[in-house]
Design a binder for this molecule. Structure first.
Ligand code: HEM
Length: 452
């Protein structure tokens, strides 16, 4: 493509290397400030000849993630920390490798397969809530920590049929150490290279060795005793390339299994933690939610068949992901010169597709900061342009776990709301931690009450 425009968009004066404290401390606040000051397409020079382009308009998001996606790739600064934990996988690869893996893995996420996992999600949540039942009324819990524990439990059971959320689970401990390490790598501009024997690096190496060994043991034992298990790992093990008949090697299975744990647990947990924060602040919405749950479930558990009727419950989660999208900024690098809205985007620039800002863009959302699940009534959704809402990304790299996540969240919201009332503890400093996902920085403390 020949790019004629040399026109540069509104640009922040000075280089970001000299502002790194503000960006490091709170990139979300910084980007928000840039958006408000400069508009929907801003150039943020990092150093000479290297800039971030902040995109905060649905049509720019559509350009990068969908219509011109072949001109953009996921950047190394994001891929490298992930690859330390899981090796090359669907999340971080490009080209033929990515396509091959996406084709192999996609069938495991089809509705027909997911239907088999709904009961697992229900029974995991039930056994988790049995612990809550034992707590005295009014006990304070951190709902952000709790949802993380619950989604890790569900991730382990749906993937390997194992509970890795248990404090005693060696696999769970190794996973959590590895996960904290990649979070640290992603959130710090400079970190010690892995070959330096710091205690953090050594801890990671050890955890990674343990994790790989335990997951490979599971894969081996399944190869030796092939039973028809209904979990994602068995689906991945039996997946076959339609053209070549090829299956995934043990190494590939290992990488993809760890990828699904990484990509699939904190994202859902963080969305759910904000759901309870928003619900606790909006009692009228809790009323409508309760009335739907009574009408559709009448005290019974949610099931795969009932999910389409839980429309309001689903809208509550959709709206939470609008206000607090776990993947709040989707990073890309430009593979060649491009042009957006007449502005030059030079090759090798860093692109931030700002879902957080687009989801609150006043041109596309009425009262953008207000929690209103009715924003997702079908008639309202139909009026919105593409990419006014895209918590799961878009184009060919759209989240493979989207239906899994929506099913899981709807089930969890229904089961918790049927059994418990969560009351926000007053005077808390609720802050967003804009790291890998958009989790609450100091947690969210709530009092737990059983419903009769
Ligand atoms: C609310 C929960 C979730 C959110 C908001 C979310 C969001 C996203 C987004 C935005 C992307 C695309 C990133 C980009 O283009 O830069 C993505 C990709 C991905 N997600 Fe999710 N996700 C969620 C849950 C899950 C779950 C439950 C799984 C697996 C069980 C999963 C697995 C993946 C994988 C493997 C990819 C990479 C797909 C590819 O590149 O082909 N996600 N997710």
């Amino acid at each position: 493509m020949t790019v004629q425009s040399r026109k540069s968009p509104p640009t922040h004066p000075g280089y970001l290397v000299f502002n790194s404290k503000e960006i490091k401390e709170n990139p979300l606040n910084f980007y928000n400030r840039m958006w408000k000051e400069y508009g929907d397409l801003v150039r943020l020079p990092i150093m000479p000849n290297y800039s971030i382009y902040l995109l905060a308009h649905p049509s720019y998001a559509e350009h990068v993630l969908s219509t011109h996606q072949e001109l953009y790739a996921k950047p190394d600064i994001v891929n490298k920390p992930f690859n330390l934990m899981m090796g090359e996988s669907i999340l971080t690869s490009e080209g033929d490798f990515w396509l091959k893996h996406r084709r192999l893995m996609q069938p495991a996420f089809h509705m027909k397969q997911l239907a088999k996992l709904a009961d697992v999600m229900v029974s995991c949540t039930e056994s988790f809530l049995q612990e809550w039942e034992k707590k005295p009324d009014g006990e304070v819990i951190d709902i952000a920590e709790e949802t993380l524990r619950l989604t890790l439990k569900i991730a382990g059971q749906t993937l390997f049929s194992k509970d890795i959320s248990d404090e005693d689970s060696v696999l769970g401990q190794a996973f959590r150490t590895g996960y904290e390490f990649i979070n640290y790598k992603m959130n710090n501009l400079w970190t010690e290279p892995l070959w330096i024997p710091t205690s953090r690096n050594q801890g990671f190496r050890q955890a990674k060795q343990t994790l790989d060994k335990l997951v490979l043991d599971i894969i081996n034992s399944r190869r030796q005793n092939p039973q028809n298990r209904q979990d994602l790992l068995s689906m991945l093990m039996s997946a076959q390339d339609e053209e070549t008949g090829e299956r995934m090697s043990d190494k590939q299975l290992l990488s993809e299994a760890i990828t699904l744990l990484v990509a699939g647990h904190e994202t859902v947990a963080s969305g759910l933690a904000w759901t309870w924060y928003l619900l606790a602040e909006n009692p009228n919405i809790i009323e409508q939610l309760q009335s739907e749950l009574r009408r559709v479930l009448n005290g019974s558990n949610p099931s795969f068949e009932k999910l389409p009727q839980l429309e309001y419950t689903r809208r509550v989660f959709d709206e939470t992901l609008r206000l607090y999208p776990p993947a709040w900024a989707m990073p890309r690098t430009s593979k060649q010169d491009d042009q957006i809205q007449g502005y030059l985007i030079p090759k090798n620039s860093l692109i931030t597709v700002a879902a957080f800002m687009i989801h609150r863009h006043p041109e596309f959302w009425e009262n953008p900061d207000q929690f209103n699940p009715d924003n997702f009534l079908p008639e309202k959704v139909n009026q919105k342009p593409n990419f006014a809402y895209f918590p799961f990304g878009g184009g060919k790299r759209i989240c493979i776990g989207k239906s899994f996540a929506l099913m899981e969240a709807t089930i969890i919201i229904a089961l918790i709301s049927q059994r418990f009332k969560l009351e926000l503890l007053p005077n808390q400093n609720i802050e967003i931690d804009p790291t890998f996902t958009l989790r609450p920085k100091n947690g969210i403390k709530v009092k737990l009450w059983k419903r009769n």
